[in-house]
Design a protein around this ligand. Structure first.
Ligand SMILES: [Zn+2]
Length: 466
């Protein structure tokens, strides 16, 4: 509604102080983070266990699948030790939730409105789920608390390079100004010399102090500016990299090019764990009152020691509409050793490897982050898709392999086709192939993108691991 309103109304609205516009849940969450950031480990755990008990009692009372499990193993979250209780619960993954969506959805969300979201399926399995409405302002509060560590304030102008389509604008306008976040957003579907030469005139007027976006898009953007001898933005205080892992060579390239801090964090649409760098280190500090994080090995045993890689398991402490408990994120991480000089007693990951970075190439070989094509747009059709894989053999041509779920129809194919093609001004042909299963790579995993187009030397997002 906000984005559809006229610019003068957006500007008027943006004159209200940010904390007030963002609402009560946002303010309370910011206050909670400030009050608990430097608590002792014992104090943090006490708060965390209290939240966990509330969540598990809610699951017992209102979430059929979890009530059944608790009855079966004899767990009473009202009286039992909740931490050991949590570890007795089975791990669940996407396929469990896809197979039984009603079972894992709360029959009662304490009067809160809920909304639908989905994951795009970087593991080949899209998943639809619900969140209570308060998840959005809460997420915003946590995100801005992280960015504040590198000097960001919502009043500071920023440049955004994320998934967002620019339909409805003039054909050559590939930027949009958004007063609510004081940001100028550039299209990540049009990272070519001509478009950027025009857009950068607007960017210079806004004088951004921060850049926020996908690392793949930020690197491609800076590379085009360098190659085309377009002036690099000056006065950038930090670059905020999310939605994809940030590779070491990308961090170095961004830092060297802009001469500022490159900041990253790790999170998921499911909102089970949020972990970001601090003022002093590049390790990912997991907010203990946002979600409970553990790592498990191949035998599903909890990993306590540092420097051992395992799968990240998260329990979201806030999504009462569909609680994610002992949820397999599919991402891998390594615990950091000792404490951090910042003084926070948060669990930390020294490394995270999540969704891989890929580009899809248009007919003119303009690289478009796969993150923007898939995750930057909402596809209602993904609710009816059991598996998805993108294959590119030639620039401008994309094969979409799909395992159909129940009720998948031509309308769904049309939605996927239209959104993918229109985001890049029809410079991509999209074909479909329906399968019973998706081919695995040599390691036995389904790759989300199989990219066989040879990229130009300047854009190689996946040349090392995060
Ligand atoms: Zn720290």
């Amino acid at each position: 509604m906000y984005q559809a309103s006229p610019l003068w109304l957006q500007r008027l609205y943006s004159s209200i102080p940010f904390d007030w516009r963002a609402g009560r849940v946002y303010r309370e969450t910011r206050e909670l983070i400030r009050a608990t950031d430097y608590l002792t480990l014992g104090q943090l755990q006490e708060r965390q266990f209290q939240k966990l008990r509330e969540l598990l009692v809610h699951c017992q009372q209102h979430v059929p699948a979890w009530r059944k499990v608790m009855l079966h193993i004899g767990l009473n979250p009202k009286t039992d030790d909740v931490l050991t209780g949590l570890e007795r619960l089975p791990l669940v993954d996407k396929s469990d939730l896809v197979a039984n969506p009603d079972g894992y959805r709360a029959t009662y969300a304490h009067g809160e409105l809920v909304y639908k979201d989905n994951t795009g399926g970087s593991s080949g399995t899209p998943m639809a789920f619900v969140k209570n409405n308060s998840m959005y302002p809460r997420e915003l509060a946590y995100m801005l608390a992280q960015w504040e560590r590198v000097g960001y304030d919502p009043r500071h102008p920023k440049l955004t390079l994320r998934g967002r389509t620019f339909s409805g604008l003039n054909t050559d306008q590939r930027w949009v100004f958004n007063p609510i976040y004081n940001e100028i957003a550039l299209s990540t579907y049009h990272l070519d010399t001509n478009t950027l030469a025009k857009s950068m005139k607007q960017v210079r007027r806004v004088q951004p102090q921060f850049i926020h976006g996908y690392p793949s898009a930020i690197v491609a953007f800076l590379q085009v500016l360098l190659d085309s001898k377009i002036a690099i933005p000056e006065g950038i205080r930090a670059v905020l990299c999310g939605s994809e892992p940030l590779y070491d060579h990308q961090r170095k390239f961004i830092t060297d090019t802009l001469g500022c801090r490159c900041y990253s964090w790790y999170g998921q649409s499911e909102c089970v764990i949020l972990a970001g760098e601090c003022e002093d280190s590049h390790e990912y500090h997991s907010f203990p009152l946002y979600g409970i994080m553990t790592l498990v090995d191949e035998n599903n045993q909890v990993i306590q020691e540092p420097n051992v890689e395992g799968e990240i398991i998260g329990t979201s402490l806030h999504n009462i509409a569909m609680p994610f408990v002992r949820y397999r994120t599919g991402d891998r991480g390594i615990l950091a050793q000792g404490g951090c000089v910042c003084g926070r007693q948060y669990p930390r990951l020294k490394q995270v490897s999540g969704r891989a970075q890929y580009f899809i190439y248009t007919r003119e070989m303009t690289p478009v982050p796969a993150t923007a094509i898939i995750f930057g747009q909402h596809f209602a059709a993904f609710e009816r898709v059991r598996g998805i894989q993108l294959v590119q053999e030639e620039p401008g041509d994309l094969l979409v392999r799909i395992i159909q779920g129940d009720h998948f129809s031509e309308k769904d194919e049309r939605e996927i086709l239209d959104k993918m093609r229109h985001s890049v001004d029809l410079k991509l042909d999209v074909r479909f192939e329906y399968r019973r299963e998706l081919p695995c790579n040599q390691a036995g995993k389904v790759e989300f993108v199989i990219q066989n187009v040879c990229p130009p030397a300047s854009v190689q997002p996946d040349s090392d691991s995060a």
